[in-house]
Design a protein around this ligand. Sequence first.
Ligand code: ATP
Length: 238
Amino acid sequence: MTTAQAHRTAAKHHPRRIALFGGSFDPIHSGHLVVARAADRRFNFDEMHFIPASRPPHKLKQHLAPFPHRFAMVALACTEHPHFVPSLAEAGEDFSGTQLHYSVDTVRYFRHVYHGHGDRIYFIIGADAFLDIPMWKEYETLLGLSDFIIANRPGIRTEALRLVIPPELMARPGTKKENGHPSQVVAELQRTTVYLLENVANDVSATDIRRRSNRGQSIHGLVSSRVEEYILKQGLYR
Ligand code: ATP
């Protein structure tokens, strides 16, 4: 976060709603942006931070464009919305994006930055990724650090999402105040809530965009026009 940003948010006295949206973003595409805009409309965030994931050295063989390219595309896509912020939270001290970062530490970092009374952090995630969350480092801690907003994807039932949450993390019946939020709730945990965002998922995937680029096919409309221009100029995914 820049100093200017810190001052801007600190100047606001109302509790802040901060969304974190992490991903490989290789590249960031219209599927991500549809989810982001829908979540922003529903929850009215002060800021939404798009966090390209680092590429740790032991995964260098895995196909992933270098961090600077993925960050540049996220930054270009973020120009379309005043609340969208490209984040270097997982870039590492040398900004190379080659150090291993875990989501639980990233969320801790944001909680440290946004610690005003009533501030809340929301972690946006696709339903497919949420089903894998038990494999993440300290996922039980992570589930208690921020609210979650799950973008549902076709074929995934709410019950399946609930099943990945350990029962001991659930709020006991009657102990949680009704938060009055109109969104569908997957689960009330002791300190946090897991929300469901329905009818936002579409078929766009980064895998498909890389494949199309590789075959010389058009990716027009699948990524923002600035990102499309960047991919062409840099010759990515050929
Ligand atoms: P890849 O095809 O390379 O696996 P991806 O398109 O799934 O990539 P990621 O950057 O890995 O993109 O995704 C970041 C987050 O966005 C994940 O939580 C993922 O579930 C979610 N997501 C990606 N595409 C969509 C989509 N079309 N609709 C809803 N959520 C999505």
